[in-house]
Design a binder for this molecule. Structure first.
Ligand SMILES: Nc1ncnc2c1ncn2[C@@H]1O[C@H](COP(=O)(O)OP(=O)(O)OP(=O)(O)O)[C@@H](O)[C@H]1O
Ligand SMILES: [Mg+2]
Length: 339
């Protein structure tokens, strides 16, 4: 639980289970050739991946990419897969009971019996794992997630955001080594999203490894140490967030004029790839800061030289969203080429 003071002291200790630590772990979660078939469909297709202790790993992919299925294989929700999935070096099939207790799962869909109070939901969950938290420990966890005043409320009376926070508390009851958050902020408002991000960061600070899936690329960009991009069951690439931005992150400069650009301005821009949207002209260039090779200079001079009045200029680099589209495009193009 969040109240535990010896977090990280022994990454595989798990409430009395006879699991001995082998010293520093290389990988908390390890997948090797993981494949899950549903008939003809490979929902997960030959995925190999190692999640390192203490990292926040974001799994990004469109609807139906295989994210939930992948998480399901590791957390024991899904069986009958090929390849290997291990938690703290232990095969999840051979050591189901132990590995199940090392992982926490906040599923995509909210699921609990709506007849119990918040406290009861947590007590039952603890009981399921053979853990006996004190009342004070449960209160402390609820307090961390701003749910203490709802401790004795029926879960039916919670707001959507409160339910989601309760789901996280539920997944933390048995003090997992690695927490899987499947679309943790789907359908929650901006304020709650910020709050949840805060909780995730606090968890990481106390040593919990976190694997999350998300459609909010902003979320991955803000939280993740590494990002894995998955499409049609295949893990296309895994990168440090910074390396990903470095590899794909083109920079751009946008100039907003005081009026719609005249034909003279457009002509002056010549062969350069400039996007025009209303009064704004955007030039994409280079991959890293400083390698623009005079392109930006030419762009700005051409605009001013053609007599346009500049209202504002702003620069930046492409977001993960753009990168994501580029990676998926690359994958599709590669598939086309192989036909
Ligand atoms: N029990 C099942 N039986 C048959 N097909 C399934 C089953 N579960 C998932 N699939 C299929 O496997 C593929 C991957 O589904 P999955 O739920 O893992 O995607 P996802 O990446 O989590 O998508 P989303 O972002 O929409 O949550 C989809 O084509 C889905 O229809
Ligand atoms: Mg899913």
């Amino acid at each position: 639980m969040l109240t535990r003071s010896d977090a990280g002291a022994d990454p595989v200790r798990c409430h009395g289970d006879d699991v001995t630590s082998k010293g520093a772990l290389e990988a908390v979660v390890e997948l090797k050739g993981l494949t899950k078939r549903y008939g003809e469909l490979k929902a997960v297709d030959d995925v190999s991946l190692a999640i390192e202790p203490g990292e926040i790993f974001a799994l990004l992919g469109p609807n139906g990419a295989g994210k939930t299925t992948m998480i399901g294989c590791v957390t024991g929700m899904i069986t009958g897969f090929e390849g290997r999935a291990a938690v703290a070096g232990l095969d999840v099939v051979e050591n189901y009971r132990v590995t199940r207790r090392m992982v926490g799962l906040v599923p995509q869909e909210l699921n609990w019996d709506a007849f119990f109070t918040v406290r009861q939901v947590l007590e039952f969950q603890a009981g399921y794992f053979g853990v006996k938290p004190t009342r004070g420990e449960i209160d402390a966890l609820l307090d961390q997630f701003s749910l203490l005043e709802k401790a004795d409320a029926n879960t039916r009376w919670l707001s959507g955001g409160m339910k989601r926070r309760l789901m996280i508390c539920k997944a933390l009851m048995h003090d997992p080594v690695v927490l899987f958050l499947d679309e943790p902020t789907a359908g929650v408002d901006v304020e709650l999203r910020d709050e949840l991000w805060g909780y995730v960061e606090a968890l990481r600070e106390r040593g919990t490894t976190i694997v999350l899936t998300t459609h909010y690329l902003e979320e991955a960009e803000k939280l993740a140490d590494r990002v894995g991009i998955i499409n049609q069951g295949r893990l296309l690439r895994v990168d440090d967030r910074e390396a990903l931005l470095e590899a794909f992150g083109r920079r751009h400069v946008s100039v907003t004029l005081s009026e719609i650009p005249s034909p003279q301005v457009l002509e002056a821009l010549g062969p350069h790839q400039v996007e025009v949207e209303g009064r704004t002209l955007t030039l994409s260039y280079g991959q890293t800061e400083g390698d623009e090779g005079g392109e930006v200079d030419f762009f700005l001079r051409a605009i001013v030289g053609a007599g346009a009045r500049v209202e504002s200029v702003e620069g930046g680099r492409s977001s993960l969203e753009t990168i994501f589209r580029e990676v998926l495009h690359g994958d599709l193009a590669q598939k086309e080429a192989m036909r």
